[in-house]
Design a protein around this ligand. Structure first.
Ligand code: GDP
Ligand code: ZN
Length: 349
């Protein structure tokens, strides 16, 4: 879209609005600092970031073990200027103020960081301390191995354990069963967990999934149409609707739908979700990341005869030899080749 030239009056108005915003932000900061100085804040404690709205962050108190006190109220906190980017799922040191306010003083170490590219292709942090990336596939649309592998590689690149979830299991029939099982077996043999479910069932019937989720802090990712929204709705139950409504009304002007939010699940565990997270995975990766992302290739990497081996048809290629001796499956080898041939295209699928 061509940029419209602003006239002087418009420019003046925009500057005025920006100045006012800056002034307000400064005032808020100094109020928070004053509260800090006047001792109006509680003592330092551990907290969990539930959501992040621009300058403001919702924090929930944690117990001594660092687990969130799931019934305790959220505090809308300001951040000390000297802390680098905080994201949903971060654990922090904070002090509660009046009226469910607070100040974040420090960020604790992260066990993982989920990132995805912004509009300029730069990787940006979106959530911390995620321990499972649930790659959702479905009986329909038909799952393609190379797309699944693309997600797995992205997860492996971030060093977050991926798990495969086949949704719409109600659509499995005698025509598609064998093919699906063969494909899923490939992943089971690689050591990936594979779960089957259907969002059509009640939460009770979903309980093996809820049980599994209760042990983790997870995100759901995957192609559109596989049933991520349906699953998340059924997992969160009515709570998610209530939370959603609440945030729409009380947070006018903030883009709640694009913000990663942490949900405590009824049966335990946490789910972090945002539209951005659901689209995770299909960014530009390097040849080296692709190779490493195929976990069964790892023992062979660096053993090719030529240092600059392209793993195509070179003599002494350790990856090819692994494939020929049956240590790498045909499905995965083809998938690797297919993804590799698309790496130069900036666009992905
Ligand atoms: P998303 O794009 O991944 O969020 O997918 P949606 O949740 O929007 O679901 C896409 C379509 O699949 C919708 O029409 C759902 O009703 C349907 N769907 C979701 N889960 C299931 C399921 O377990 N079984 C069947 N048969 N349909 C499902
Ligand atoms: Zn090679």
């Amino acid at each position: 879209m061509a940029k419209r030239k602003l006239n002087r009056r418009q420019q003046w108005r925009i500057k005025k609005i920006q100045d006012e915003k800056a002034e307000r932000a400064k005032r808020r900061e100094s109020q928070a600092e004053q509260a800090m100085d006047s001792g109006a804040l509680g003592s330092e404690q551990t907290g969990l970031i539930i959501a992040h709205y621009g300058q403001q962050i919702d924090v929930q108190a944690c117990d001594d073990q660092g687990s969130a006190l799931t019934d305790s109220p959220l505090h809308r906190c300001h951040v000390r200027a000297n802390i680098d980017a905080l994201v949903t799922g971060d654990r922090v040191v904070w002090r509660a103020g009046d009226d469910q306010s607070g100040v974040i003083e420090a960020r604790l170490d992260r066990s993982s960081l989920l990132q995805r590219p912004d509009n300029f292709g730069q990787l940006k942090p979106v959530a911390a301390n995620i321990d499972r990336i649930v790659v959702v596939v479905a009986v329909e649309p038909e799952p393609h191995a190379n797309l699944i592998d693309r997600y797995l590689v992205a997860a492996e690149t971030l060093d977050i354990q991926p798990t495969l979830l086949l949704n719409k299991a109600d659509l499995i029939n005698d025509d598609n069963r064998a093919e699906l099982e063969t494909m899923l077996d490939t992943y089971r043999e690689l050591g990936y967990e594979v779960l089957l479910t259907t969002a059509r069932h009640t939460t009770d019937d979903n309980s093996p999934l809820l049980e599994w989720l209760s042990h983790h802090t997870s995100v759901f990712v995957g192609q559109s149409g596989v049933g991520k929204s349906s699953l998340i709705r059924s997992i969160l139950g009515d709570d998610s609707i209530r939370v959603g409504e609440l945030s729409e009304n009380t947070r006018k002007g903030t883009h709640t739908t694009t913000t990663a939010r942490l949900f405590h699940l009824p049966a335990g565990g946490q789910l972090v979700d945002s539209p951005g997270i659901r689209e995770f995975g299909l960014w530009h990766i390097s040849d080296a990341e692709l190779l490493e992302g195929f976990i069964e290739f790892r023992p062979f990497i660096g053993h090719c005869r030529f240092r600059d081996c392209q793993h195509e048809a070179e003599p002494g290629c350790a990856i090819r030899e692994a494939f020929e001796s049956g240590q790498v499956s045909a499905q995965r080898m083809h998938s690797y080749e297919r993804i590799r041939s698309t790496l130069d295209d900036k666009e992905t699928y």
